[in-house]
Design a protein around this ligand. Structure first.
Ligand SMILES: Nc1nc2c(c(=O)[nH]1)N[C@H]1C(S)=C(S)[C@@H](COP(=O)(O)OP(=O)(O)OC[C@H]3O[C@@H](n4cnc5c(=O)[nH]c(N)nc54)[C@H](O)[C@@H]3O)O[C@H]1N2
Ligand SMILES: Nc1nc2c(c(=O)[nH]1)N[C@H]1C(S)=C(S)[C@@H](COP(=O)(O)OP(=O)(O)OC[C@H]3O[C@@H](n4cnc5c(=O)[nH]c(N)nc54)[C@H](O)[C@@H]3O)O[C@H]1N2
Ligand code: SF4
Ligand SMILES: [Mo]
Length: 766
């Protein structure tokens, strides 16, 4: 097995964690990233159109734009600017010259930061069986090569079609249509590793796997609880409505093992008041729970709310709401009797008093929003935890009211839209029925592979072709070494990408890189310049029109790539769609989406309205789209991790200087970690108790089903984290996550609860 990547240390520097997020430094860093990568005119143009109503949607996170007012100066944040810089860079290009100069073997020795710094891919590249270097290939030849492989498979189910969440609605719809006409539901996506637990829990309980809140609800909320999310880094513009909510009198509660700077205080760079007076304090009550104890915490909250209701009937809970809109309440409260608040609090590492403080802040309030992200979704019991979030909200009658509701904050900028468009390995029968009616073919009905299932299928030889629409499959998925073997066992791996990444370097027998346009690029097709559309986390659909000249004339848009591939694969089918005609004018794709998917009536017209349009959302109007039309209370059981002496529970998190597997730099400045990514955050008492020193270099081991997985060379950083817990960055630590360790019900890798042990790192003499 080849070594997948370097693990050298780069020279850690530690400072005190920062107390306020954003501020002037964020502006300086934004500009340094943008103008460090491209020329002035291109840089300004890129920033000027970012998130404007006639501009392009930020390619970074799924946070929505404000519904009405957009700032003319800057409607973006530091990390949006970094994402754009990464896409618009022109100082370098990953052109054929690069691939001629370096063999794949040599490229594997470079780190992810270096790979990204090589700039945009410019031409389709191929590496054939046994070759050492990628070489250029023409688009038509590339499409034919893929078509030949796909048409030679014994069954369409031997191919896997992955999607990352940057793909536009138009591209995603065309892609899933192609894949289903080809004959499989093998459409895993990044969502499987991200908010799948949310989608499963919400579909069961409220009937729709999406947020029930709009942007403006934040400004009307009385209490906002933020669980397992680090918005200051991963959805930075969320701090603006949070700040507004605070000014309107809302109370903020944060539930997180780490004290994240962005949740503590925020200095809005465009507010002279903030810049002069030092910003706005955000969180009123910070609860540093132990990793993966949120279910116990929520149960304790529910129990105390019930107790308060019994003391003041009708003032704390909403009996009418519970009666009219929900089922399962009685079993839910009966089950609460099995628990003692003191036991639950102890499990979380909190005092009963701390939990009571949270309850006191909420008890007489109804406009409650609970937000969450990966800190809740990536555990074995994640679906249960999220169902418990819904229990608490339903007790209070907070779903489907102004200023209240469930707020899962999605990750990738269009991950939610991709699912709406049918990127789903377990599509609903109604969706497939619509495809049949509109397109006149019989779509496959058998569920396809999710991400983890796809890796196992490739590993076991049940899948032989991998096609990635964006993303960096190798580095994003758990169990990196196992996933690497899986990809290497494929006959063909294809990556549609903007930038070079490690999934290009650990590849199948034959491999292709297909370079595509990014969000900020001008997209010109036969009928003229095109725009695409995306759905933000609140369900608002907006247009996105790139303006920048593409770095190379050889780039194709994602819809054009799907069309080219479909034309090649279906060449000999008598009744094929005119795919190229669809890709020549995206209005035609939108017209088909309108015919197929409810909620897209007059799509072409409404998407052109300033600010776009909201998709229908039952729960938002207290219309729960479950089988019985009611929201469901559920009974969930907290379980504790039985850690042996010397073991810690590790969560794998993002630094401030990365977008998932794309590394922008080595700074995690809010946490005070500089110039190093191979760090492990530990409690000082654990460091001492385990016999280590701060900044000692160690190895991390995870044991699972009799197998040991090791990640070498991590520097210990003493940090304010509960005892028994540890944190390190993803993707360096993905080698530790066993492929079979997944959330029950959603199959999401348990990236936030990995049992590890730590040992001194010994350099083995060569
Ligand atoms: N700049 C930037 N923006 C991004 C991304 C990026 O990489 N960079 N990624 C995008 C994507 S795809 C996603 S999904 C989102 C991710 O956004 P987040 O979910 O905010 O990302 P993570 O870094 O995984 O952080 C999870 C947070 O959960 C906490 N946490 C971990 N375990 C637990 C737990 O058991 N309980 C609780 N209560 N908290 C816990 C961690 O301390 C951390 O603060 O961000 C999106 N936006
Ligand atoms: N241990 C651990 N693992 C995790 C997580 C974690 O918290 N911990 N988080 C998980 C989560 S939440 C997610 S969402 C996944 C992310 O998984 P992915 O979505 O697969 O990964 P990304 O790093 O976002 O993908 C980056 C690549 O996408 C390509 N790209 C960028 N823009 C475009 C575009 O416009 N079009 C196309 N075609 N390609 C483009 C570039 O080539 C870039 O290298 O990772 C998951 N993995
Ligand atoms: S909050 Fe997210 S979508 Fe908005 S500008 Fe920042 S990174 Fe982009
Ligand atoms: Mo994500």
């Amino acid at each position: 097995m080849k070594k997948i990547g370097p693990d050298t240390l780069t020279g850690l520097k530690i400072t005190k964690p920062q107390e306020t997020a954003a501020g002037l430094e964020a502006v300086v860093v934004s500009f340094r990233h943008v103008f460090g990568h491209t020329d002035l005119i291109r840089g300004w143009k890129a920033l000027a159109h970012l998130n404007q109503k006639d501009g392009y949607d930020c390619p970074s996170c799924a946070w929505p734009d404000p519904d009405d007012h957009r700032s003319a100066v800057a409607e973006y944040c530091e990390n949006g600017a970094k994402a754009v810089a990464d896409e618009v860079m022109t100082r370098h290009t990953a052109s054929p010259v690069l691939f001629q100069r370096y063999s794949v073997e040599e490229l594997l020795k470079k780190d992810d930061l270096w790979l990204g710094q090589q700039g945009r891919l410019t031409q389709p590249m191929v590496i054939r069986k046994g070759a050492t270097h990628y070489e250029p290939i023409g688009w038509e030849e590339a499409f034919q090569l893929i078509a030949d492989h796909l048409n030679a498979l014994e069954s369409p189910d031997e191919a896997v079609f992955y999607t990352s969440g940057r793909t536009s609605n138009e591209a995603a719809f065309l892609y899933q249509l192609f894949v289903r006409q080809y004959g499989t539901n093998n459409l895993p996506d990044c969502s499987n590793m991200c908010h799948e637990s949310t989608s499963v829990a919400l579909a069961e309980t409220i009937g729709l796997g999406k947020a029930s809140i709009k942007y403006e609800d934040f400004e009307k909320a009385e209490v906002i609880m933020i669980m397992g999310q680090n918005p200051g880094t991963n959805a930075p513009r969320m701090l603006t409505p949070l700040e507004q909510a605070k000014r309107n009198g809302a109370t903020l509660i944060a539930v997180n093992p780490l004290v994240e700077t962005g949740l503590v205080a925020f200095k809005y760079p465009q507010s002279p008041r903030d810049m002069l007076l030092g910003g706005q304090k955000l969180t009123d009550l910070y609860l540093q729970v132990r990793i993966n104890t949120d279910l116990a915490f929520l149960k304790a909250v529910a129990k105390l709310l019930l107790e308060e209701e019994r003391n003041a009937p009708g003032r704390v809970l909403d009996p009418d709401y519970i009666r009219n809109y929900t089922t399962g309440y009685q079993s839910f409260i009966d089950d609460l009797d099995r628990y003692e608040v003191a036991d639950l609090a102890e499990q979380c590492g909190l005092s009963v008093d701390q939990i009571r403080q949270a309850v006191d802040l909420m008890k007489y309030k109804k406009k409650i929003i609970i937000c969450w992200a990966m800190g809740l979704t990536q555990h074995r019991n994640a679906v249960q935890t999220i169902r418990e979030v819904i229990n608490v909200l339903l007790m209070k009658g907070s779903i489907g009211i102004e200023g209240g509701g469930a707020g899962p904050i999605r990750g990738h900028s269009n991950v939610q839209g991709d699912r709406t468009m049918g990127i789903w390995e377990r599509p609903k029968p109604e969706f497939l029925d619509r495809l049949r009616e509109v397109f006149g073919f019989e779509p496959p009905r058998q569920p396809g592979f999710s991400t983890v299932e796809a890796v196992k299928a490739m590993h076991e030889g049940r899948a032989k072709v991998f096609f990635g629409m964006g993303g960096n499959f190798l580095m994003a998925v758990s169990d990196t070494n196992y996933t690497a073997e899986a990809l290497q066992r494929c006959r063909l791996t294809v990556q549609v990408s903007t930038k070079l990444n490690r999934s290009h370097l650990i590849h199948g027998e034959t491999a292709l890189i297909l370079p595509c346009l990014g969000r900020s690029d001008r997209d010109t097709q036969a009928s003229g310049d095109q725009f695409v559309s995306c759905e933000a986390t609140t369900g608002v659909v907006q247009p996105s029109r790139g303006r920048l000249e593409p770095v190379s004339a050889h780039l194709k848009s994602e819809p054009a790539i799907v069309a080219g591939l479909a034309e090649a694969v279906f060449r000999n089918r008598p009744e094929k769609l005119n795919w190229n005609a669809l890709a020549s004018d995206y209005d035609r794709i939108r017209a088909l989406i309108e015919k197929t998917i409810p909620g897209f009536e007059r799509y072409n017209e409404r998407v052109r309205q300033p600010g776009g349009f909201y998709l229908p959302n039952g729960p938002r109007e207290r219309r729960f789209t479950t089988a019985d039309g009611k929201a469901h209370f559920s009974v969930n059981t907290p379980t504790a991790h039985a850690l042996k002496p010397g073991e810690l529970l590790l969560m794998t998190i993002r630094s401030h200087d990365q977008f998932n597997t794309t590394i922008y730099g080595r700074e995690d400045r809010y946490r005070g970690v500089h110039n190093e990514r191979r760090v492990v955050f530990m409690n000082a008492d654990d460091i001492a108790a385990l016999g280590f020193q701060p900044q000692q270099v160690v190895s991390l081991h995870s044991r699972y089903d009799g197998q040991v997985r090791t990640a070498e060379r991590f520097v210990i950083v003493p940090y304010n984290i509960p005892r028994g817990c540890a944190a390190a960055y993803f993707p360096e630590t993905n080698v530790l996550i066993p492929i079979d360790s997944v959330a029950e019900g959603s199959l999401t890798p348990t990236s936030k609860s990995i049992v590890i042990s730590v040992s001194p790192f010994e350099t083995v003499p060569a």
